[in-house]
Design a protein around this ligand. Structure first.
Ligand code: FEO
Length: 393
């Protein structure tokens, strides 16, 4: 249990050892499930709970904080890493009411089988007095589920946005004490979880811009005591601006595609274009997602397996399609032996991307001179496109 400001505590749990979230997202730095206790002069509120695996930590912290009576459990988000311990807290404090919006209420009933009479629903902008402290609820939908809610603690100027602005980072410091490290973790978090909701995030940033905020206290990772640090980072990530960068994600089985990748990467570098190359057999997909936050162009490299794309490249395409980066251009390079539906299959896997497809380059067997010429032509096309965007020095 750690104090943010007088009578406001972080009572959640650090999960140093977790290495996978949603059985999908790598967590190289662990994570935390932040829950906040706000003691007003008349009422006490708990803002979110923790993942059920850490229920005992939260309960221990509440006991240590001397919480004999809990009036409200504010639920900002129905995903179980924040809501999953609500049933345990209700067992401990049976008179507590869950405060949330109608959408989140419906989801909590579905996910956790909580009885309807346990809830108080609030409107966007509504305030709830704890005596000398006032919680104001702000709807911030789609960060990253439709029901997501934030709370602004008016007297202490703290914004509690739940997942929004968070980072999967287990850290002993309550506040950001290493900005480059937190920036990386927050960008990874944005890329993996928030990026599909770039447009709603733009609206939410606009919605909170007039709040006087001293602290942003998210539900994962350190608290921001310089709110502009993370707000400015988000403004950059969700903007339409892209960087002079090609993300090249590939697999090669017998060296043909690798040879093409090597040639193509050199051709891009010679033209002054930055490249991030990812061998998908060993890549942490979080690193790939982070690179896609800014890159102007994505190129997939694949051999042909049973007439289609290598499954690991297909996986990268499906993931990219789900994450919806703001990438402007895309292409495909690779090779085939006898069947050549690889390009058709991969382009069909990315319908969500608003990209212009630049003509792919596919070699039959090991690449020959004409294939290298075609790769140079592809690099030229990317150069022209990046120049048109005015993103080159
Ligand atoms: Fe941290 Fe969407 O849960």
């Amino acid at each position: 249990m750690r104090q943010l400001k007088p009578n406001i505590y972080e009572v959640g749990a650090i999960d140093w050892d977790r290495r996978l979230f949603d059985e999908l997202i790598p967590l190289p730095d662990g994570t935390s499930y932040n829950a906040y206790l706000v003691k007003g002069s008349e009422k006490t509120a708990l803002l979110d709970t923790v993942d059920p695996t850490k229920s005992e930590v939260l309960i221990g912290n509440l006991v240590s904080a001397g919480v004999n009576k809990l009036d409200y459990i504010v639920s900002h988000h129905a995903e179980q890493d924040h809501s999953g311990t609500i049933p345990d807290i209700l067992t401990l404090y049976p008179n507590a009411k869950i405060v949330t919006n109608p959408k989140c209420k419906a989801m909590l009933i579905d996910l956790l089988n909580i009885e309807e009479d346990k809830f108080i629903t609030v409107d966007d902008g509504q305030a709830l007095s704890l005596g000398d402290k006032t919680l104001q609820f702000i709807y911030i939908p789609w960060v990253h589920w439709p029901e997501t809610l934030g709370t602004y603690l008016q007297e202490d100027r703290i914004f509690f946005p739940c997942d929004f602005f968070g980072s999967h980072l287990a850290a002993s410091s309550l506040f950001v004490d290493d900005e480059p490290r937190v920036y990386e973790a927050a960008k990874r978090y944005y890329a993996e979880i928030m990026m599909p909701f770039r447009m709603p995030i733009q609206k939410n940033l606009e919605k909170i811009k007039d709040l006087q905020i001293d602290l942003i206290a998210p539900s994962h990772g350190p608290i921001y005591d310089k709110p502009e640090f993370i707000i400015n980072a988000y403004k950059d990530w969700v903007s339409d601006a892209v960087k002079n960068e090609v993300v090249l994600a590939y697999v090669s089985m017998h060296g043909s595609t690798r040879k093409m990748v090597e040639h193509f990467v050199n051709a891009l570098i010679e033209r002054g274009i930055s490249v991030r190359q990812f061998n998908l057999t060993v890549t942490d997909i979080g690193e790939l997602a982070m690179a896609l936050v800014d890159a102007a162009t994505l190129v997939l490299g694949s051999p042909t397996v049973l007439t289609g794309a290598h499954p690991k490249v297909a996986y990268a395409a499906i993931l990219t399609n789900a994450l919806r980066p703001k990438t402007k251009f895309a292409s495909i390079i690779g090779s085939y032996g006898w069947g050549d539906r690889m390009v058709e299959q991969l382009t069909g896997l990315v319908p969500n991307l608003k990209v212009e497809i630049i003509e792919p380059v596919v070699a039959k067997g090991y690449p020959e001179d004409e294939d290298f010429v075609a790769l140079d032509r592809l690099a030229d096309q990317i150069l022209i496109k990046h120049r048109e965007l005015k993103i080159m020095d």
